[in-house]
Ligand binder design. Structure first.
Ligand code: HEM
Length: 281
């Protein structure tokens, strides 16, 4: 028998593992940005103040390596989870990578992108987004790309004796430049475009906590992901995704964490802009 929909019904969007991984990613990324930028801009007064907070520049380097280790673990765990999903749910890599709810770009993303531009100009309706929007897919692959570029160059800086056994020494100089500039790009991207797309767009302003709670109210889900909602209703699977809302105290804790992360991100951007304009060498 069909259950009556309740106003407070919430729809699950992210597994517990993915929520945990995102929290660890936030903590490690912000730590890497703060310590990395204080090394990059070590000649600025704010980097000196920040390095005192870390216990000196050398300690900032150690914190950087520890946070890098956490981030690499997050990445490996995610890959492990994809392998598990492929085995247990998708069956084949083809289905996982090219299936309907895949995070890989497809024709609909291009249509949605063009549709969004028209919508911004008041020349059409908002596109009916499905499981993932085109900007979420872009963000996902930006992180994937960043992990390879920043991670691989970071490892050569971490273990120079090992890598120079089979690479010429100048590779380390090139790796430093790539690591440093790609890190600047990643930081700039995450704390402006990712923050805007996720939290600052009018529908979500000032903060979307769905990545922490993993769930969103049914009414919001209908508006935010109309295509996914329709498909779930047609297949009669919507109710399988219902979960209870968290207690207000949990939501309050989540908001404190979210606001801390957002504020640190905005501060880092202001520092970077200041350093680039007034003291970049
Ligand atoms: C995940 C893998 C990463 C590894 C293994 C890694 C490793 C390293 C190492 C060993 C250094 C040299 C530190 C020192 O001199 O004491 C370094 C520097 C740096 N890292 Fe990372 N890092 C990683 C990720 C990141 C991320 C995500 C960011 C920022 C978003 C970042 C930003 C920086 C910056 C700005 C520097 C200073 C480069 C310079 O001197 O110009 N790193 N990293």
């Amino acid at each position: 028998m069909e259950r009556m929909l309740k106003e407070e019904d919430q729809v699950l969007r992210f597994s517990r593992l993915n929520r945990g991984l995102h929290i660890l990613m936030i903590i490690s990324f912000i730590s890497l940005s703060l310590t990395g930028m204080s090394l990059k801009f070590s000649y600025t007064s704010w980097a000196v103040i920040l390095s005192h907070f870390f216990g000196g520049f050398e300690a900032a380097g150690s914190i950087h390596r520890f946070a890098a280790f956490v981030m690499i673990c997050v990445f490996i765990t995610h890959i492990g989870d994809l392998i598990r999903i492929k085995r247990k749910e998708a069956g084949t890599w083809k289905k996982l990578i090219f299936g309907k709810d895949s995070i890989l770009f497809n024709k609909k993303d291009l249509e949605d992108f063009i549709g969004s531009l028209k919508w911004f100009l008041g020349k059409g309706e908002r596109p009916e987004f499905g499981r993932w929007t085109y900007w979420e897919k872009f963000d996902y692959f930006a992180v994937f790309w960043g992990m390879f570029v920043i991670g691989s160059t970071g490892l050569t800086l971490w273990f120079p004796e090992f890598f120079t056994r089979f690479m010429p020494g100048w590779v380390l100089n090139v790796a430093t430049i790539i690591h440093s500039d790609e890190a600047l790009l990643a930081t700039g991207f995450i704390f402006t475009i990712h923050f805007f797309n996720t939290h600052l767009r009018p529908e979500k302003f000032p903060m979307d906590i769905v990545i922490f709670t993993g769930r969103m109210p049914l009414e919001e889900f209908k508006i935010d992901r109309p295509q996914e909602y329709k498909e779930l209703v047609e297949k009669g699977e919507l109710e399988n995704h219902f979960v209870e809302a968290y207690q207000p105290i949990v939501i309050r804790g989540i908001k404190v964490f979210g606001w801390t992360a957002l504020s640190l991100g905005f501060f880092i951007i202001i520092w970077i802009i200041y350093a680039m304009i007034f003291s970049y060498r």
